[in-house]
Design a binder for this molecule. Structure first.
Ligand code: CMC
Length: 361
């Protein structure tokens, strides 16, 4: 048995392929480069959903806009108890209010939910009233509008689209596997997505970009990078934003997001010198990790430049994982449908290594 199941193939999928040796990601026949920075999130969600719903419209944007307006009704359930929780716990709780189902309306509500609920939770935690969705806007533009209470510029909306598309699906990662296991019991799409959110929130999966900002803030300036990183590794800490189960080279999503941060850097969103500082920390981290683990190729993963991009779009670091869920929910739903369409109940075996029962006297 391989601990962590890394050598186990647990599904056939038409949805995405992660080539860890060459550093390539294919999403339903399209390389990431073809989609990131070029396609809107709703159009890529449609590519993922194609064939899994009979009534999928040619343009899902109007139906997704209507779904945002529909799920916004659940925001009224945000109470002080939920607002004391982390954003992802509050967002997960609101998502759990949605009915289970397997049809397109359920799928669209789930696609809408992380964006609508995250924006409302962040605003409410900051003491601001939630902003109702505008179904006529693109999903990315409306998400930023619901968050900030003003329509975003095109560059900001494009940057969020790039992010959502970049993270929309990624093979059989932990949260997608979780969603497929739940779907395989025929529990329904909402249950599968809730399981996905639960798995995503851990720091070894989708919870890393918030700590990336903490690391950058603690390092403060390039001259401190080496000492800070060496001390962290000496304590046995992992550097957030580096390493990957599949990639043995640089994660291609890191480059897509770095390019998006650079595009935003032309405007006023990115703090002066922030990209150059992050690059200096990245270079120091890569050099030190190489010396620290010479036998293990540890390179930059998606989370490092995610942190810079979401910071530039003014999401609080505590909510970065929620934004990851806004994109990955498209993959969870598609994988859940694929599992139901062609897969059996997922039920592996375990080897019992506990004590034998005491013999009856
Ligand atoms: N910093 C320091 N050491 C590391 C790191 C890191 N970021 N990543 C792996 N290692 C070491 C690890 O300590 C282990 O050493 P040893 O063999 O001495 O115990 C060795 O490299 C192999 O690690 P592993 O845990 O067996 O490898 P994995 O394939 O299970 O780890 C990972 C993948 C992403 C969990 C890990 O690289 C990590 O913890 N990275 C930091 C957290 C992070 O950035 N997470 C976001 C992942 S990308 C988003 C996604 O696609 O889900």
């Amino acid at each position: 048995m391989s601990d962590g199941l890394e050598d186990v193939v647990a599904a056939n999928t038409v949805l995405s392929e992660v080539d860890g040796q060459r550093g390539q990601l294919i999403i339903r026949g399209h390389s990431l480069d073809e989609l990131a920075g070029r396609a809107r999130f709703e159009d890529v969600a449609r590519i993922l959903f194609d064939g899994f719903f009979d009534d999928l419209p040619a343009d899902v944007a109007p139906a997704l806009g209507a779904a945002r307006a529909e799920v916004f009704g659940e925001v009224a359930a945000l109470d002080t108890g939920l607002l004391d929780r982390t954003p992802i716990e509050a967002m997960r709780a609101l998502t759990a209010r949605l009915a289970d189902g397997d049809d397109l309306p359920t799928a669209l509500r789930l696609l809408a939910a992380p964006a609508v609920f995250t924006a409302a939770v962040i605003r409410a935690q900051g003491g601001h009233a939630p902003v109702a969705p505008d179904p006529a806007l693109s999903h990315a533009a409306d998400t930023l509008r619901m968050l900030h209470g003003r329509a975003p510029g095109k560059a900001e909306a494009d940057a969020l689209d790039t992010y959502l598309v970049t993270v929309c699906d990624h093979g059989l990662n932990a949260s997608t596997f979780t969603a497929r296991v739940i779907a395989s019991t025929r529990a329904g799409l909402t249950s599968a997505v809730l399981g996905g959110i639960g798995a995503l929130k851990g720091p070894l999966h989708g919870g890393a970009p918030g700590p990336v900002i903490e690391m950058l803030d603690e390092i403060g300036e390039p001259a401190n990078a080496r000492a800070w990183i060496e001390a962290a590794l000496a304590r046995g800490d992992r550097l957030m934003g580096f390493g990957h189960r599949i990639y043995r080279v640089r994660d291609p999503r890191a480059d897509a997001l770095k390019a998006a941060v650079r595009r935003l850097d032309d405007g006023s969103n990115v703090r002066p010198g922030r990209v150059a500082f992050a690059e200096a920390v990245e270079a120091a981290a890569l050099a030190i990790l190489k010396a620290h683990k010479p036998d293990r190729a540890l390179d930059t993963n998606v989370e490092f430049y995610t942190a810079l991009l979401l910071e530039a779009l003014d999401f609080p670091p505590s909510a970065f994982t929620c934004v990851f869920a806004m994109g990955r929910v498209a993959g969870w739903v598609a994988h859940a449908r694929e599992q139901v369409a062609g897969g059996r109940l997922i039920r592996p075996q375990s080897v019992y290594v506990g004590p034998a029962p005491l013999k009856a006297a």
